[in-house]
Design a protein around this ligand. Structure first.
Ligand code: HXC
Length: 257
């Protein structure tokens, strides 16, 4: 049986994970989410991995949760669904995560893409939360992360009508950071990931956490967190190296200490 998740790297600090269930448009079944969560464990533990890119195929990033699997679960089955712990694992990944989206990015697929700290999309991408057409609703962040990304009006329209939006619209709304030709999406996401991977990892980690906290904290608490994180960096070798390299007009060599 072909592997449902392909893993490459790390190359120049970047690990590339490719969802590979083409027969089901990368629908997220338990096996695929389990494989993804296990790869993230590996990436987390590996000091050579500084950033991860998750992608799918040119036709589909992922067309949602696996509907056949979902249909087999009743209320108790949903409560005990092992996929819940895999979603939680993806959400608590501590390294920069970039999602590279082409084609259908629907339901759980869109929710997975929104777990990316940065999302890059091909011009052929279609983003949607079509769960309402199945008599259900989003369950992995589609009502929460989408609102924070695009605002209430567009999020409400997508969740209640189930109608998808184009890559261009997603760009205008702030759901994705960039769009490019579909054949360049992965290359572009990897290039961004490599740029991040070349920076001081402690600074990256704290800066990422500070930006993430902007969504959960009020401004005063967020600013306090930022100031503490900024101050902590004064204890790192990488800060000394970064400042010295600038003053000596050379490239910094960050050690992660
Ligand atoms: C299981 C799926 C699937 C899915 C597509 N397939 N989406 N299988 N779960 N989510 C399968 C189809 O059954 C078909 O298999 C094959 O992939 C190709 O799909 P087609 O429909 O033939 O392709 P096309 O006509 O191009 O239409 C593409 C599509 C459509 C518009 C994306 O497949 C579609 O509407 N899919 C469902 C999208 C959706 O509702 N997603 C939300 C799921 S609920 P066969 O064997 O027939 O060839 C969800 C909840 C998340 O995500 C909750 C998280 C906790």
């Amino acid at each position: 049986m072909p592997q449902i998740l392909l893993s490459e790297g790390p190359d120049q600090g970047v690990r590339l994970l490719t969802l590979n269930r083409p027969e089901a448009l990368n629908a997220l079944n338990t096996a695929l989410l389990e494989a993804l969560s296990s790869e993230l464990d590996t990436a987390e533990a590996d000091p050579e991995t500084r950033a991860v890119v998750i992608t799918g195929s040119e036709r589909a990033f992922a067309a949602g949760a696996d509907i056949n699997e979902m249909a087999a679960r009743d209320l108790v089955g949903m409560l005990e669904d092992p996929r819940i712990k895999h979603w939680a694992r993806i959400a608590r990944f501590t390294k920069p995560l970039i999602t590279a989206v082409n084609g259908f990015c629907l339901g759980g697929g869109c929710e997975l893409a929104m777990h990316g700290d940065i999302m890059v999309a091909g011009t052929n991408a279609r983003f949607g939360q079509p769960e309402i057409n199945l008599g259900i609703m989003p369950g992995a962040g589609g009502t929460q992360r989408l609102v924070r990304a695009v605002g209430q009006s567009l999020a409400m329209q997508m969740v209640l009508t189930g109608e998808p939006i184009s890559a261009q619209r997603a760009l205008e709304a702030g759901l994705v950071s960039e769009i490019c030709q579909p054949e360049l999406t992965i290359e572009r996401a990897v290039a961004i990931a490599r740029t991040i991977a070349s920076k001081g990892p402690i600074a990256v980690r704290l800066a990422r956490e500070a930006v993430q906290r902007a969504e959960d904290m009020d401004l005063a608490a967020g600013l306090r967190f930022e100031r503490h994180a900024f101050t902590i960096l004064a204890a790192t070798d990488d800060r000394r190296e970064g400042l010295e390299a600038f003053r000596n007009k050379r490239k910094p060599r960050f050690s992660g200490r």
